[in-house]
Design a protein around this ligand. Structure first.
Ligand SMILES: C[S@@+](CC[C@H](N)C(=O)[O-])C[C@H]1O[C@@H](n2cnc3c(N)ncnc32)[C@H](O)[C@@H]1O
Length: 370
């Protein structure tokens, strides 16, 4: 097992890889300080909190409806590939609970959702209780617990130690919010590693830094995009050089029509992989969304799911589908799977009937340091 470095010093493997990949020296501007960091996290939380749950009609009229459906297909494929009946699930940055139905279909046994945005976690509670406009009014079969916390700052491993170990952890479209500083990125991975059982799986989706940096370098100015998204880098990056000595805190502004408008951080995937290894999380799979779609569409069960969800139409002529701009936006993302090192326990831990609840009231939402 690798020895973990102290939180305040870069690991030797990561540091040497940073030198290998990008060369030493150069600059990105100063690493952001802790309080500025908190402000950025707050800005992200406020942005998501302010986005109310859409009605079914609003959702269907969204300019990125097919992109949303494609994202849901990708997340569903990940869940179907890696979740097993009875699994204990930790959904980090669970948002409004958009994946609850996917976990239900996988027949999981227990669900803990954590998100920094109070508004989103309340919407997640509403959805879990079956009161949302968007879903059938059916109660979910698994008990749940919802927590409002900054997953990248809070010691979730301590707080959730009685619920651990989890069989599967999911962090969809959100792990990049941890890459504002090394300390936050490490806390994210430390939480995940400590809470997963040996052999447990960490699934996720995040922006593909290779694509983003390539697009930035191809563009004349500091902004690129199309009718559905734009990405803007600050003037501090006019040289468009990103030395490995400072892989954290590379901020850009992301706008996705009808979805996102807030700061995000570049995650160089090869360094994410190296850092994850320090926390005993080994890479199983990493694919850009385009490659992911092409590969898993070959499997009849996922092709059928794609037809039912509809991002690429249902096979009928005249059906509208994903626009070229939405397809281009999907190229900005990748899917990954990591596995916690170690032999899986020979026996599953007996389910504790007292964990979680099958109906959640606002008082049941737990607030940690928010
Ligand atoms: C694009 S949304 C994805 C939501 C959900 N995972 C999904 O796929 O539908 C990103 C989510 O990350 C959450 N988030 C961002 N930073 C976070 C942090 N530091 N701790 C916990 N949640 C965070 C936001 O509040 C938001 O709900």
């Amino acid at each position: 097992m690798n020895k973990r470095p102290r939180e305040d010093e870069p690991s030797s493997s990561l540091a040497s890889a940073q030198k290998r990949q990008f060369g030493a020296g150069g600059g990105y501007g100063e690493q952001e300080g802790y309080s500025e960091e908190r402000n950025s996290a707050r800005r992200v939380a406020d942005h998501y909190s302010a986005r109310s749950n859409q009605t079914l009609e609003e959702r269907e009229n969204s300019p990125i409806i097919y992109l949303k459906k494609l994202n849901n297909w990708i997340k569903s494929v990940l869940v179907q590939l890696y979740a097993r009946p009875g699994d204990c699930v930790l959904d980090l940055a669970c948002g409004k609970g958009g994946d609850l139905i996917k976990w239900d279909k996988a027949k999981v046994g227990y669900y803990v959702g954590v998100d920094i945005a109070e508004g989103s976690i309340k919407d997640c509670m509403t959805r879990y209780n079956g009161d949302s406009d968007q879903q059938r009014r059916k109660k979910f079969s698994f008990p749940a617990r919802l927590i409002c916390a900054d997953c990248y700052e809070t010691r979730l491993d301590e707080y959730l130690c009685e619920d651990a170990p989890f069989d599967i952890c999911s962090c969809q479209f959100a792990i990049h919010y941890s890459w504002s500083t090394e300390a936050r990125a490490r806390q994210a991975l430390a939480n995940i590693s400590a809470l997963l059982r040996p052999g447990g799986t960490f699934i996720g989706t995040m922006p593909d830094a290779n694509v983003i940096i390539k697009r930035l370098r191809e563009t004349e100015g500091m902004e690129f995009g199309n009718s559905v998204y734009s990405i803007t880098f600050g003037e501090e990056y006019t040289e468009k050089k990103f030395p490995a000595s400072r892989p954290f805190g590379i901020k850009y502004k992301f706008h996705l029509e009808d979805a996102v408008d807030c700061p995000e951080w570049v995650v160089p995937f090869h360094l994410f992989k190296l850092l994850a290894e320090e926390y005993d999380l080994e890479l199983v799979l990493m694919k850009n969304f385009h490659e992911f779609v092409h590969e898993y569409m070959q499997r009849p069960e996922f092709l059928d799911l794609m037809r039912r969800l509809g991002p690429l139409g249902d096979g009928r002529s005249g059906q509208s589908t994903l626009s070229q701009d939405e397809w281009e936006a999907s190229y900005l993302y990748l899917a990954f799977v990591l596995r916690k090192r170690g032999p899986p326990p020979s026996q599953r831990r007996a389910n504790n009937p007292n964990r979680g609840k099958t109906f959640l009231a606002e008082e049941d939402i737990e607030f940690l340091g928010i």
